[in-house]
Design a protein. Structure first.
Length: 88
């Protein structure tokens, strides 16, 4: 998974990428504070640095990993990649 700086890292628990995560970024398109994306079947919420702490990002991602690992996450994107608002 990606860390707060957006660098790719594998999930150390099972080697699979989580189906959802938050990332903190220094810049986002259009000056947005939050920018949701679906990347290779993974829901990624990009958050502008300064609007979410690294500690909160890590905590939210821990909960998301639990939700994914326990089977509570049901993502139905139909294989779409990009901004979910464009999925029509």
């Amino acid at each position: 998974m990606a860390d707060a700086e957006g660098e790719d890292k594998q999930d150390e628990t099972d080697g699979e990428r989580p189906a959802a995560r938050f990332e903190i970024r220094d810049e986002l398109p259009g000056g947005r504070l939050v920018y949701p994306l679906i990347v290779n079947g993974e829901m990624v919420w990009l958050v502008l640095r300064g609007h979410m702490t690294d500690e909160l990002c890590a905590s939210v991602n821990e909960y998301l990993r639990h939700i994914v690992d326990s089977g509570m996450w049901d993502q139905q994107d139909g294989g779409f990649t990009g901004d979910p608002r464009d999925a029509g």
